[in-house]
Design a binder for this molecule. Structure first.
Ligand code: NAD
Length: 488
């Protein structure tokens, strides 16, 4: 099989590849602005059919109880996708605009390989636990806990790391025994549609276990949130939309998993090497043009070293220009769309209106006639109350903020509605630990440490979300607990 773009214009519903009732919509390459093909445009009726299929597959088959078969299907999917790695890599770079080097990690190979981790979990998980005997109300009973799949999962995903986020939901959900309806973002339909094609043509997944519904209509996400046949909604995207999902899901009291925005702080302590810390902060913020919720976008440095830090960060950003994502040396590609670029540019303008200084960047690269590129940008001269320090920009834009000691740095990091990630650079272990313990976030790196891995739960404190994705905790999001007792 060859994964040609034309073959991506199908939905996967009840095991069949079917056209969308709404026709097709264009897929645009963000690096060239060219239309590179079409994707199926599903309607509410298609979504209804997908939910029906997922419900039937859950209620009428042995999928949720056959742990070994699920592990087999997941490993089969992993191997089939890896066999198509070169085709997926090319299509992912064209559709997402992500730098090619990332397709060897979180933009394709990483999350696909991690399907094996969830297959292993399906087999090794302790599905029942003996609680032994007790005498509730004076009567001797033998108790046991059983874990069961929660049911039908609606997975709603964004465009920035489509494979990573799609597989971080469908991997554990399917391993847990759930059935899934995946609704990807309209900006990146192929990354999901082509997985649907491989599932239909090259694996033993039973019909209805995984359904893929691409659409331009955001309301299809809302449909998943409200439909009573869906038991859990797993959502990644903006905090504003996450709140709507939670409100919509309340009517049927379905469980929600939310992975939302971030404005994470990169804290540099006064005993750290400023040069290497600022180089890492610059690298982080330009990676995939800053389109990552866990990217550190506030650089918090000792006030007495502010000038040194600005110079070091500016130098580092100068060496990381926005470039062609197909080039293996590119770290900063384009942003996803003209709309996102406009949003980023309005934040850069706002920073200047609020009194900030653009130390480098701030515009569009002069050498790019087409593509949604933004120059890597450093903003100084503002404190943490500025809107560009409080709101998620989702572009290659770093705000540098001065701190007056370790406690002040922790306060600045925590002065945010978000709490997704963070980084601390320093040399004194006690001081580093105080920062790690003091910052209220779901993940934290020390001196460049990378926490991202299949077995590490990811998620946020505060308005960055609810629940954890990946790891055993991420798998257990998709389970219910049943307590069973019999007279002993
Ligand atoms: P979004 O939150 O609008 O969309 C994410 C997904 O939710 C898409 O699949 C979309 O179709 C769906 N959706 C939209 N409205 C919905 C609703 N009412 N109910 C259910 N689903 C709905 O995000 P976006 O438009 O892709 O990006 C906008 C902003 O979100 C970005 O600028 C960025 O700040 C943030 N973002 C965050 C992440 C993250 O991982 N935290 C990822 C991408 C974008």
């Amino acid at each position: 099989m060859t994964l040609r773009p034309a073959s991506a214009s199908d939905l996967l519903i009840d095991g069949k590849l079917t056209p969308g009732s709404g026709g097709v919509f264009d897929v645009v390459n963000p690096a060239t602005e060219e239309v590179i093909g079409q994707a199926a445009d599903a309607t509410a009726a298609d979504m209804d059919a997908a939910i029906t299929a997922a419900r039937n597959a859950f209620d009428t088959t042995d999928w949720s109880r056959d742990h070994a078969f699920r592990a087999h299907c997941l490993r089969q999917l992993r191997d089939a996708l890896l066999a198509h790695a070169d085709e997926f890599r090319e299509l992912t770079i064209a559709e997402v605009g992500c730098p090619s080097f990332l397709t060897h990690g979180p933009q394709f190979e990483g999350p696909v390989t991690d399907l094996g981790y969830f297959a292993d979990l399906a087999e090794s998980y302790e599905w029942s636990r003996d609680l032994g005997k007790a005498k509730p109300m004076g009567i001797k009973n033998h108790r046991e806990l059983r874990s069961e799949a929660i049911g039908v999962v609606g997975a709603i995903t964004p465009w920035n790391f489509p494979h990573q986020i799609n597989f971080a939901k469908i991997g554990p959900a399917l391993a847990a025994g759930c059935t899934v309806v995946l609704k990807p973002a309209p900006d990146t339909p192929w990354c999901a549609a082509l997985v649907g094609k491989v599932v239909a043509e090259e694996t033993d997944f039973p019909p209805g276990v995984l359904n893929v519904v691409t659409s331009t209509d955001h309301e299809l996400g809302a449909q998943l949130s409200t439909d009573p046949r869906v038991d859990l909604v797993s959502f990644t995207g903006s905090t504003a939309t996450g709140k709507k999902v939670m409100v919509a899901a309340a009517e049927t009291l379905k469980k929600v998993f939310l992975e939302l925005g971030g404005k994470s702080a990169f804290i540099v302590l006064d005993d750290a090497d400023i040069g290497s810390a600022c180089a890492m902060a610059a690298f982080n913020v330009v990676t995939h043009a800053g389109q990552g919720c866990a990217i550190t976008t506030r650089l918090v440095v000792p006030r007495e070293k502010l000038d040194e830090a600005i110079a070091a960060t500016r130098d580092a950003l100068a060496g990381l220009p926005a470039g062609d994502p197909t080039d293996s040396g590119t770290i900063c590609g384009p942003v996803i769309s003209a709309r996102q670029r406009q949003r980023i540019e309005s934040y850069i303008e706002l920073a200047q209106q609020e009194g900030g200084t653009i130390e480098i960047g701030g515009g569009r690269p002069a050498d790019k006639a087409a593509g949604f590129f933004v120059e890597p940008t450093l903003i100084s001269g503002l404190d943490n109350s500025a809107r560009v320090a409080q709101e998620e920009i989702f572009g290659p834009v770093l705000v540098i903020i001065a701190h007056d000691g370790d406690d002040d740095a922790i306060d600045i990091a925590n002065d945010s509605p978000y709490g997704l990630s963070g980084m601390v650079y320093g040399t004194d272990e006690d001081r580093i630990n105080k920062v790690v313990n003091g910052v209220r976030t779901g993940t934290m790196g020390i001196n460049g440490g990378i926490w991202y891995s299949a077995d590490v739960p990811f998620g946020g404190f505060k308005q960055s979300g609810i629940g954890r994705e990946m790891g055993v905790a991420g798998f257990e999001e998709y389970l219910e607990t049943k307590a069973v007792a019999r007279p002993a």
